[in-house]
Design a protein around this ligand. Structure first.
Ligand SMILES: C[S@@+](CC[C@H](N)C(=O)[O-])C[C@H]1O[C@@H](n2cnc3c(N)ncnc32)[C@H](O)[C@@H]1O
Length: 204
């Protein structure tokens, strides 16, 4: 499939650095429910030049919605590619710090969260745990690069973080897609708490 990027969008000359291109058919299918909704809020951890951010802004986040892009660096092409959108905020910094600052009111406000920042397991796990608490019930969390880094020690790759998160949170989500990217839909729940634990009674 050849996605028609908006005319203003520029990528680095190395085609492989357009990381999002190959994922578009799956995103198109799985995110179709969000496409019909106004005012979606998205959070992206790891924006690089803005491929996935632009796709979200063109296809899922309408002008009445908002996208938060987090990256430890602000690439010149990211600045350029996002400059035409009014409904995006770029937050420069380590995702661990930035996401906690988005959590001011302790609310679940995001409809879609994409985790594609640091690929070290500890960081991926932290990104998942923090962002899970920002994700709405029925919201979708997308995790990139489950199969990445087979030539590295495993704690330098996303896989063990995704595996352990999926095990511990196993009752709280539905798997929409499991492959190079993993798509989890947060189930609706009712929360009860006592001194020892928070209990999530899930519905769907
Ligand atoms: C693979 S690229 C993201 C690609 C982008 N999602 C796309 O589809 O075009 C990963 C990005 O994560 C950023 N990054 C790495 N570690 C980070 C961290 N701890 N916090 C925030 N961003 C981080 C890098 O600077 C890089 O731009």
């Amino acid at each position: 499939m050849n996605y028609k990027w908006p005319d203003h969008v520029k990528f680095p000359e190395d085609a492989w650095l357009n990381f999002h291109e190959n994922h578009i058919p799956v995103w198109d299918t799985i995110l179709h429910t969000l496409k019909n909704k106004d005012s979606n809020i998205g959070i992206e951890v790891g924006s690089f030049c803005g491929g996935s951010a632009v796709w979200l802004l063109e296809n899922v986040i309408k002008p009445s919605g908002h996208l938060y892009c987090i990256d430890i660096e602000e690439h010149e092409l990211l600045k350029h590619n996002l400059s035409v959108y009014k409904n995006v905020t770029f937050k420069k910094g380590n995702s661990f710090d930035v996401m906690r600052s988005l959590n001011n009111n302790n609310t679940e406000f995001a409809d879609v969260i994409y985790i594609d920042g640091s690929h070290h397991a500890k960081n991926v796990l932290e990104d998942m745990v923090i962002s899970w608490n920002l994700l709405k019930q029925d919201g979708i969390m997308i995790l990139d690069d489950y199969g990445w880094g087979s030539d590295r020690v495993d704690y330098e790759t996303p896989k063990p973080a995704i595996d352990v998160f999926m095990y511990i949170y196993r009752d709280l989500y539905e798997v929409l897609q499991f492959g190079w990217q993993v798509f989890l839909k947060k189930k609706k729940y009712k929360l009860t708490e006592d001194f020892l634990e928070r209990k999530y009674e899930t519905y769907n």
